[in-house]
Structure formats: structure tokens, C-alpha cells
Design a protein around this ligand. Structure first.
Ligand code: ATP
Length: 306
């Protein structure tokens, strides 16, 4: 569906996108994950045709291009940031307005059905909740029945219920054969929705693959977490000194202590003895498999949201 080769974009001296390459199969969700300033939005804006790259090549719908043209844009949908619609227009009027920009749009009723807003067709935009406004924004991105959709942080600021509704719309779109390019700061969102993920940092791609493949890069590791406000460097050092079969990696980030181990049972035994000696309650203890945040941390030594 889309192939990008050696894409580069400068803003003055800042190399915002530094020679990235990736390919996205049709009917899939591709997520670009990365911290603030990684180059995610710039990449999306180039692919949406809002910005021109300085160099590189884009192949989309089987056509090779230096920059996105009008014909390609006709087959794309872009999620606009919520809150920008005229508050005194009705929901159906907003959809009809955006539909009027395209040669053969879907009917407003079909669009509203796609985003579960049929009942709000005659409601004024100003009366919608945050989640409903965001669903309207998704509807607007669908008016031209696009094959390729761009969702730049679609659920930022939404409550968990509204977020899950957007997830189910994205999953439905994929099942109907659409390709979705997503950016997000939310690990869980990337893990639940993505067929493929690329992790960007400082304008480059530092890892790509399915969420499962990326987590597998951390081998057989299991992560144990707990909170402890007052641990000394000595306490942490002795926690890291498991006898068998190898030392475990220990990190402290605020009150959160993270222990990575390839051998859960002996590490747990060691931890319980260690905590017992210090009379520590091991509050909020969680044992889990590595996630994309752990992958980012292991690659960069930083958290995605610092
Ligand atoms: P965020 O998660 O904060 O949206 P991002 O990964 O989308 O970040 P970009 O917005 O693409 O990152 O920014 C990449 C780099 O380019 C950053 O260093 C940013 O400061 C810089 N940058 C972005 N837009 C501009 C601009 N219009 N002019 C100058 N520099 C810019």
C-alpha cells in the first residue's frame, strides 16, 4: 500500500526526519511510536501531502512519487484535531460540508453509521462530548471512502471508554480493507491495534516489527515492578545481585522499581528475602511480559514519555 525510502526532512538545521524507510501492507494498522520531537508528525505530514520532503521516495497505491499529489490525496483520509468544527453547525452538516470537497463522497448517513453517530445527526457540534467530537473527526476523515487513513494521536485526552470506541472504529476499518497509519504515545493502544510498529527517535527508525516481534527482542525476560519511595543505592545494588543464574537488571524511576530477569522463580525468591530483611512491603507488585515501552527503554535508556 505504501513504501517510503530514505525520507529526509530538515527544518533549518534540524534534521527532523533522518533517512527513514518502511513498507506498509494493505488492510493493516501501522503505528509510528516515539517520544516528543522524534519526527512522527513530520513523517505523517509528508505522507499526507502537507509538507514536501527534502529527499527520498514515496510509493503509494503502486505509484512512485517525490511528493504526494492531488490524485493520491483523493484516496486518503486525514484525522483533523477535534474541536475545530464550527460549534453551530449540526453534525450531519459538518459531514456534508467536508463531503462537498470530494468528487464522489459517501452519503453523510453512511459516514455517521461508521462512527456510531447516527443519533447525533441533528445535534449541534457544541453539544457533543469530547469522544463524540473525535468520532465526528474520524467520520470527516472517511467522507471520501479513503483506502489509506492517517490518525495522528487519535485518542489523546479521551477517557478510557471514548478511547476504546475509537479503537473499535479503527479495527472495523481495517477489517473492511482500509490501511491505517497511526501515531500514539499510548503503549497499550499501539499493542492492541498495530500489525506493525516502527519506533522513531531523533528522526530515525530504531526498531520495527509486530508488537510481538519487538517485545521478543528482549528475549525470555520477565519484568517485575513494585513501588518503594525510600530505597538507597546500596539497597538497589543488593537487589540486583541475584545468585542464580545471572544478575537481574534493576532500575528505579521515581518510586517505581523495575527488575528484569530471565529466571523468574529464583529472582522472586531472592527478592522476597531481600524485602523481608528490610521490612519492605513490595507495594503494587506486578509481574508481566515486556511491552513496547520496555523495548524503547532497552534501546535508548529513556522512557517514551519523560
Ligand atoms: P510530538 O510527539 O511532540 O508531536 P513528533 O515525533 O511528532 O513529536 P515532530 O513534530 O515531527 O515530532 O518534530 C520533529 C523535530 O522537528 C523536533 O525537533 C521539532 O522541534 C522540529 N519541528 C517540528 N515542526 C517544526 C517546524 N514547523 N519548524 C521547525 N522545527 C520543527
Amino acid at each position: 500500500m505504501l513504501r517510503v525510502t530514505d525520507l529526509v526532512k530538515y527544518y533549518g538545521d534540524v534534521r527532523a526526519v533522518d533517512g527513514i524507510s518502511f513498507a506498509i501492507p494493505g488492510a493493516s494498522v501501522f503505528t509510528i511510536l516515539g517520544p516528543n520531537g522524534a519526527g512522527k508528525t513530520t513523517t505523517l505530514e509528508i505522507l499526507e501531502g502537507i509538507r514536501d520532503p527534502d529527499s527520498g521516495e514515496i510509493e503509494v497505491f503502486g505509484v512512485r512519487l517525490k511528493r504526494i499529489n492531488r490524485a493520491v490525496k483523493e484516496r486518503m483520509g486525514v484525522l483533523l484535531q477535534e474541536g475545530n468544527f464550527e460549534p453551530y453547525l449540526k453534525v450531519k452538516e459538518v459531514v456534508a460540508l467536508f463531503a462537498s470537497f470530494f468528487k464522489s463522497p459517501l452519503s453523510p448517513d453512511a459516514v455517521l453509521a461508521n462512527v456510531a453517530l447516527e443519533e447525533k445527526a441533528n445535534a449541534y457540534v457544541k453539544t457533543l462530548s469530547g469522544g463524540q467530537k473525535q468520532r465526528l473527526a474520524v467520520g470527516v476523515a472517511l467522507v471520501n471512502d479513503p483506502d489509506l487513513l492517517f490518525f495522528d494521536e487519535p485518542t489523546t485526552g479521551l477517557d478510557p471508554q471514548a478511547r476504546r470506541k475509537i479503537w473499535s472504529i479503527i479495527t472495523d476499518l481495517k477489517e473492511r480493507g482500509k490501511t491505517i497509519i497511526l501515531t500514539t504515545h499510548y503503549m497499550e493502544e499501539a499493542e492492541v491495534l498495530s500489525d506493525n510498529v516502527c519506533i522513531m527517535d531523533h528522526g530515525t527508525i530504531i526498531a520495527k516489527g509486530s508488537p510481538r516481534e519487538l517485545a521478543a527482542r528482549l528475549g525470555q525476560e520477565t519484568i517485575i515492578e513494585f513501588t518503594a519511595p525510600d530505597l538507597s543505592e546500596d539497597d538497589l545494588a543488593s537487589l540486583a545481585t541475584c545468585d542464580k543464574p545471572s544478575d537481574c537488571a534493576v532500575r528505579k524511576d521515581g518510586d517505581l522499581v523495575t527488575v528484569e530477569t530471565e529466571d523468574l522463580a529464583p529472582t522472586m525468591e531472592h527478592m522476597l528475602a531481600w524485602a523481608g530483611k528490610r521490612d519492605l512491603p513490595l507495594k503494587n507488585m506486578v509481574v508481566r511480559q515486556p511491552n513496547l515501552e520496555d523495548v524503547f527503554l532497552s534501546l535508548t535508556g529513556r522512557r517514551l514519555r519523560e
